[in-house]
Design a protein around this ligand. Structure first.
Ligand code: ATP
Ligand code: MG
Length: 345
């Protein structure tokens, strides 16, 4: 935490995940598992299902609704408690879109053009990408700053967007001569901050990757998990004696990191245990470990998904609580900017 954040802003955690497809292992290890740890540490935690981000690329409406409820079920099944954390979907709190617009007028085109996620996701034909996809990071800044969040647990791929959030807060504070928005800290920790694709050690695992074999989904059954790890691309060398030996072996390093994060061990300790062993031994051990950790979550998700009305009730309750925090911050922002907002005051 910066000194400024320490003195002025109460520690508050915010993070979100897009309801696109099923949650994958990277989302679980890099984000959700760490959301749970932060909740359990006693700090105030707000976790969002960012459906407005999801629609920056085409989503079938029925699939989107289903993915939103499924992500809520994944959060809860992974250990997020709707009483201790605020859990809700973004579109139910209008302040995200409202502050997002204000930040569109603070952020600069040049900043957005440098975002690697924009370049990756827009691909070669950026002319055909939605305007929303380009503005995505400024909406993300709004998600975070609408709650004056001081800490944002995310995977490594989101670091640049949190840095942009800081730039937006600094520019807003500077332009309007206020100290209103905190300069938020990204929290990127643990062995699995960047889980790589099982098919390509140079690409991160993603829930929207067209290849299902590239990732482990939280909903995969035990046979599928075992098969995906068995087929994961690796070299043919045994595991080395030290971590240093994994330096130029990204696929092997990825599997060791996944094992470490699932077992809550350091990668060094995993190497200590499996040094000299081939993938014929390591991959099945990893699959067994993954199934033992993930199958209780998948079972609980199934149980929760049988009652969608209860999930909607939890999201509605969370949205009300989120809105109660957001509303005074938004009202003050309107006031700072010079926008009259008498209808709600
Ligand atoms: P999409 O392909 O739709 O962008 P995604 O898998 O990248 O899906 P997001 O909703 O964009 O998921 O990200 C949710 C959270 O999961 C973020 O905090 C992000 O940093 C984290 N995350 C995503 N992929 C990984 C990964 N491979 N390893 C670690 N963390 C990840
Ligand atoms: Mg992503």
């Amino acid at each position: 935490m910066t000194d400024a954040a320490k003195s002025k802003f109460t520690p508050r955690v915010f993070s979100g995940i897009q309801p696109t497809n099923h949650l994958q292992l990277g989302n679980y290890l890099g984000a959700v598992k760490r959301f749970v740890e932060m909740q359990n540490s006693g700090i105030e935690t707000i976790y969002c299902i960012v459906d407005l981000h999801a629609i920056t690329v085409w989503q079938d409406p029925a699939d989107l609704q289903n993915a939103t409820r499924e992500l809520a079920a994944s959060y809860i099944a992974s250990g997020l408690d709707p009483k201790r954390s605020i859990l809700f979907n973004q579109s139910q709190v209008p302040g995200h879109a409202e502050l997002g617009w204000i930040f569109n007028c603070v952020a600069r085109m040049g900043w957005m053009n440098r975002m690697t996620q924009w370049k990756d996701k827009a691909g070669k034909d950026a002319e055909k990408a939605s305007l929303g996809l380009f503005a995505y990071p400024s909406l993300m800044a709004a998600d975070i700053l609408l709650y004056h969040a001081t800490h944002v647990p995310v995977g490594e791929d989101q670091k640049q967007h949190v840095e942009l959030t800081r730039d937006i807060a600094i520019k807003f504070n500077h332009d309007f001569k206020v100290g209103f928005f905190p300069v938020t800290q990204p929290v990127i920790e643990g062995a699995a901050t960047r889980v790589m694709s099982l098919r390509d050690g140079s690409k991160k695992m993603s829930k929207s990757d067209p290849s299902d074999a590239s990732r482990i989904n939280l909903t995969d059954d035990a046979d599928t998990v075992a098969q995906k790890f068995r087929k994961a691309r690796t070299d043919s060398e045994p595991l080395p004696e030290t971590l240093e030996g994994l330096k130029d072996r990204p696929e092997a390093r990825n599997l060791v990191n996944i094992y470490a994060a699932l077992a809550e061990m350091t990668p060094e300790a995993v190497i200590g245990e499996y040094a000299g062993q081939g993938f014929g031994t390591f991959k099945p051990a990893l699959a067994d470990l993954a199934v033992s950790k993930l199958s209780p979550i998948a079972d609980e998700m199934k149980r929760l998904m049988a009652d969608p009305a209860e999930i909607d009730r939890i999201l509605g309750d969370g949205a009300e609580r989120a809105n109660a925090i957001a509303e005074p911050i938004l009202a003050k922002t309107y006031d700072i900017v010079g926008l009259i907002r008498s209808r709600r005051t």
